[in-house]
Design a protein around this ligand. Structure first.
Ligand SMILES: [Zn+2]
Length: 352
């Protein structure tokens, strides 16, 4: 009989992993939230490493401009407008058919986080951050602190990146994300990949550090976590570390000390979101839509394209604007800058 672990031979040779560590990896569940550039790199590495269950969550669809750095996607995915979570799942399943991949082509919110992350049935050993916005990061941090689940944070814009793994403890001594970044930066104050671009290798450094930390946690090597916030600029050869252990938790941190889970307890999560990397705004869904009914209704007003996952509508009256409508009613409107404009297009074509 062929040893099912044979494919991991080179990984099992490593001190600190071995056969026992590999079995722990195969039994583990991790969640990757956001399957853009970071998420692709993470999913690729962790699927190859043999992580037994991987949850992929992403609200976006594959675009041509993603292919420069989002390594699991192809031109065919961009052409079909495949949801990133679906495209990534297909790719990593082809890489390693022995693992189980859970796919959620959805926006992670306070309302659905528990379901999507399987918090009550099979909570992840670590939550890996592949998001592009601080609202979702603060939500992940709330979940991490409340449920004592390690949170592997990273961010990359331009040629600069940051990475830190936060491991909450019941004694509340170790810092959380909000100890380091107390407030959400004002939207216009920080560069995004939309305005500053992003260099592919920047991503791999941050994601590599995240994935290594995840494997340390899964194989009970938490003593090897650096306990630092890594800050680097791959273009200008800068690399700095801030010692989070020495820093400790911020005494009045609203999250890990005062236990106010503002983002997890938010009841109004029906916000419209500007999507990073494109002129696009997402309007949340208000319930299931029938693609057949919608196609019939919209046919006189514009061009329609359909796939298994969504209906795409190009209104005659607005050149350069198109709506990608998912079966739960969630709609991404491309080619618009203003929230009001997105709201009105959504009301006109999809219905309030
Ligand atoms: Zn804190």
């Amino acid at each position: 009989m062929i040893d099912p672990l044979a494919r991991y031979h080179r990984q099992m040779l490593l001190p600190g992993i071995g056969r026992e560590g590999q079995q722990a990896i195969n039994a583990a569940h991790v969640a990757i939230v956001g399957v853009g550039a970071l998420g692709c790199a993470l999913a690729d590495m962790l699927a190859r490493a043999g992580v037994g269950t991987i949850t992929l969550i992403d609200r976006d669809i594959v675009e041509l401009t993603n292919l420069q750095r989002q390594t699991l996607f192809t031109e065919a995915d961009a052409l079909a407008g495949t949801p990133k979570a679906e495209a990534a799942a297909a790719r990593i399943t082809a890489i390693n058919s022995t693992i189980h991949v859970r796919v959620h082509a959805a926006d992670l919110t306070a309302r659905n986080a528990s379901d999507l992350l399987a918090l009550s049935s099979q909570p992840p050993a670590v939550i890996l951050d592949g998001t592009d916005n601080f609202e979702t990061r603060y939500l992940l941090n709330d979940i991490s602190v409340k449920r004592l689940i390690p949170y592997a944070y990273a961010g990359a814009v331009g040629t600069r990146g940051m990475q830190a793994t936060f491991v909450p403890d019941a004694a509340r001594t170790s810092p959380c994300l909000r100890c380091v970044f107390p407030d959400i930066p004002a939207p216009a104050s920080v560069p995004t990949c939309d305005t500053a671009g992003v260099l592919g290798p920047t991503i791999n450094i941050a994601a590599g550090a995240q994935a290594a930390d995840a494997l340390k946690i899964i194989t009970s090597n938490t003593h090897l976590l650096s306990g630092t916030l890594l800050e680097f600029d791959v273009w200008n050869n800068i690399r700095r570390r801030i010692d989070l252990r020495a820093m400790g938790a911020t005494p009045n941190c609203p999250c890990c000390q005062q236990r106010h889970f503002t983002f997890l307890d938010a009841t109004n999560t029906d916000h419209l979101a500007t999507l990073c990397g494109q002129r696009a705004i997402q309007v949340p869904g208000r319930g299931p839509v029938s693609f057949d009914d919608l196609a019939t209704r919209l046919a006189p007003s514009g061009k329609i394209e359909r796939s298994r996952f969504m209906l795409r509508f190009f209104p005659h009256e607005r050149a350069g604007v198109w709506l990608s409508i998912f079966s739960d009613g969630r709609t991404i409107i491309q080619g618009v800058d203003r929230i009001e404009e997105a709201r009105s297009l959504h009301a006109r074509y999809v219905g309030a």
